[in-house]
Design a protein around this ligand. Sequence first.
Ligand code: ADP
Length: 290
Amino acid sequence: MTAVALAGVSKVYNNTPVVDDLSFSIEPGEIFSLLGPNGAGKSTTIRMALGLTRASDGQIAVAGYDVARQPGQVRRAIGVVLQQVSVDIDLSVWENLEFHGRLHHIPPRERQQRIDRWLEYVELSDRRHDRVKTLSGGMKRRLQIARALLHEPQVLFLDEPTVGLDPQNRRRLWEIIRDLNRQGMTILLTTHYMEEVEFLCDASNTGRPGRIGIMDSGKLVELGTLAEFRRKYGEGLAIKQVGDRLESKFFPTLADANAYLEAVPDKTGLMVRPSNLEDIFVELTGHQLD
Ligand code: ADP
């Protein structure tokens, strides 16, 4: 069964398509990143997949359930971490999880065991009685993850999971996300951080690297693994400083780029290196991500 399937999905706000004819699917165990600049339509896509906002056109299925017609089944099958902190900051860490566990009708003994297990996993056991408002941003995000996992979902949705976190907390969250995927959790995340995608899509539980869907202005402009992108656009890059601009040129391999460097008589301001996700993003969209 496909974990997430979008077919011809669009969303129109004020006569403008902010998501435009999007189609992709995610296999169980896969980690899939939707990458794009602010305003590309990533959050809207996730919100439609969660049933929080209705698609103007197209079909969405999550864990085999139709999002428009079977919202209850979809809700039980998914764990969600959205951008805005959705935990109750006036309740304690434990109370937030207890409340969520009750909402999902998890029996008391089982509920306590799972709360203990996930608090341990996200390293918040010693903060269980503290009010959420006393936690740091990174801790709040880890609590959101524990809560999203409490009812044992099949697919975890993460909307910009590390936005606003310092590098150390970001790294810690990446490790949690990667570990969850290695344990078999299917993950769909949105991000505008290149390094996040490069770290998380390195290897997926399917034994293959995670795929990346590049979004720009509501459209999916490229879909594949980083290795596939690099093969397609070129694994070697020559960059030349021209005034205050950088001009870049792709080559099939790094060796080809080096051969070009050797052959060019004027090597001023010219350098060669392996291509990365950012180079490919710029090549595709004509602009930087941030
Ligand atoms: P991203 O998550 O990639 O930053 P969003 O999905 O949040 O992008 O937004 C895509 C576009 O849709 C933006 O131009 C945004 O202003 C617009 N948009 C999002 N939500 C609404 C809404 N409720 N009403 C009108 N426009 C919206």
